[in-house]
Design a protein around this ligand. Structure first.
Ligand code: NOJ
Length: 521
């Protein structure tokens, strides 16, 4: 068996830096705050942190509008703070992954200021300018083209108008952006999560997108059209391969692509001969209905479609989607944890998932996310899943000594780290135990996955290899269930954390919303 790369057996922990830990009382999380919590992360057992954008930014999209790719926003700290964080993380065996936002810059980025200054400026073609708009829509609502009075042309923005799209067909853009990667890689950063990787190249003829016959009222207005010509263009794969080659110049680093596409299209992002993204993010668990049948189907379809040698990965939540505990409820959140940490490949979790943290309802006058402001009332705003990490039950949750930028919600009086530290069977302990089990039983990372089967609301599968055979059974219903097994085994871990070491043979009785990992004889 070949040695795995660090990122192959990693559990990656996404930190939304505004909301993890504030260190200076301004109500917004920062790098020194993350530094203070590294021991917490090491104890949780994760292998890497992915930090959402920390670069200078006007914050129209909370950092996904970058004004300087090689700097640190003063709100988050300084470059010295970053260097210290990187060193301290590495000292604890934690890798550090940064967010790379290549599709667009901020409209305040010097490149765009130059580009919009005149039609003849050498950087004009760094962005996408047209005399006439086509019908493309912004992901955040409204047209994707903004008219620029001064120069009498339209520029493309797939997101906010403060986020103009870069022209990746221009070799100078490519060279400048690849140097950005090198800047951070030279510092010792362990890899990148690439924002909207599948959208970076657009149709060279700017053809209109066709209408979406499946569009329903209440969906984001962007979905009125099928983004056939504005995303997932064939040329993207060469570009991703080039990006990967840059990352590979520095040895064992990782390139992760944010890609929301159906499984067959997603798989293409591994690239020809696997020279594309190391990990095209697999968001399919995040989008499917929570039933044994549906989840079983997602797992089976994904595994069947993986190209030979491609490394799988799984995600349950991130800063753009409702939190898993809100989607499926507190009890099933424990089942989801067991599912996530017993699937093959690389695992990415979102901060607060280990607490069973829920979305926090945001009163209209406290909304921060522009998406909610542009298309209000449809539940599109992402503030609810971006609220501060509750470290304790105090009014500001130990997150800040000031006024938190988003409310913590009432639930944090019970759902917080300090409280879960006191309970032997909290979901946080469950996460710790599952991560530990994954480290002990490498079969869970790289063993074979077989026997995916759903019956009577119970999902089951087996992980085998390294001379071990582990059976996973997950009761996805609010009633008890019974599952037949042949042979006998020992419970390694139960979602309730109270059956470890017990022998099972014959049919296993599962309590409501209980999952087990059983080591078979
Ligand atoms: C995807 C990011 O995850 C999201 O938060 C952001 O708003 C868009 N890309 C635009 O960068």
């Amino acid at each position: 068996m070949q040695e795995l790369s660090w990122w192959q057996h990693a559990v990656i922990y996404e930190i939304y830096p505004r909301s993890f830990q504030d260190s200076d009382g301004d109500g917004v999380g920062d790098l020194n705050g993350i530094l203070r919590r590294l021991d917490y992360l090491a104890l949780l057992g994760v292998d890497a942190i992915w930090v959402s954008p920390i670069y200078p930014s006007p914050m129209a999209d909370f950092g996904y509008d970058v004004a300087d790719y090689c700097g640190i926003h003063p709100l988050f700290g300084s470059m010295e703070d970053f260097d210290r964080l990187l060193k301290e993380a590495h000292g604890r065996g934690l890798k550090v992954i940064l967010d790379f936002v290549p599709n667009h810059t901020s409209d305040q980025h010097p490149w765009f200021l130059e580009s919009r200054s005149s039609r003849n400026h050498p950087k004009r073609d760094w962005y996408i300018w047209r005399n006439e708009p086509n019908n493309w829509l912004s992901n955040f609502g409204g047209p994707a083209w903004e008219y620029d009075e001064a120069t009498g042309q339209y520029y493309l923005h797939s997101f906010l108008k403060q986020q103009p799209d870069l022209n990746w067909r221009n070799p100078a853009v490519k060279a400048a952006m690849f140097d950005v990667l090198r800047f951070w890689l030279r510092k010792g950063v362990d890899g990148f999560r690439v924002d909207v990787m599948w959208m970076m190249i657009k149709d060279d003829q700017f053809r209109d997108n066709p209408p979406n016959p499946g569009y329903r009222m209440g969906q984001p207005s962007f979905m009125r059209l099928l983004p056939v010509y504005s995303s997932d263009r064939p040329e993207i794969h060469d570009l991703v391969a080039e990006m990967r080659a840059v990352v590979d110049e520095f040895g064992e680093r990782v390139l992760i692509g944010e890609i929301y596409l159906p499984v067959p299209k997603l798989m293409a992002y591994y690239g020809v001969d696997l020279r594309g993204a190391n990990l095209p993010f697999n968001f399919h668990l995040l989008q499917c209905a929570w039933s044994a049948q549906e989840v079983g189907k997602v797992i089976a379809d994904y595994q069947a479609a993986l190209p030979a040698g491609a490394w799988p990965n799984w995600v349950l939540g991130n800063h753009d989607n409702a939190r898993i505990a809100t989607r499926i409820g507190a009890r099933q959140a424990r089942v989801a944890a067991m599912l996530l940490l017993t699937l093959p490949g690389t695992i990415t979790m979102y901060y607060g998932e280990e607490l069973g943290m829920c979305n926090v309802p945001i009163p209209p006058d406290q909304v921060k996310d522009t998406f909610e402001k542009i298309e209000p009332g449809l539940g599109l705003g992402r503030d609810p899943e971006r609220t501060p990490m509750p470290w304790d039950g105090s009014p500001t949750g130990g997150f800040t000594t000031g006024w938190p930028w988003l409310p913590l919600g009432d639930e944090h009086e019970i759902v917080n780290v300090a409280q879960m530290e006191r309970e032997d069977n909290s979901i946080m302990q469950l996460y710790r135990n599952l991560i530990q089990t994954r480290q002990t039983y490498r079969t869970l990372v790289s063993g074979k996955l077989a026997g995916v089967h759903a019956e009577n609301h119970v999902l089951r599968y087996e992980r085998s290899g390294h001379g071990q055979r582990l059976l996973v059974v997950l009761n996805m219903a609010p009633e008890p269930a019974q599952v037949a097994i042949s042979g006998s085994g020992t419970v390694l871990i139960s979602t309730q954390l109270d059956r470890e070491g017990s022998e099972v043979r014959g049919p296993i009785d599962l309590r409501a919303a209980e999952g087990l990992v059983v080591r078979m004889e």
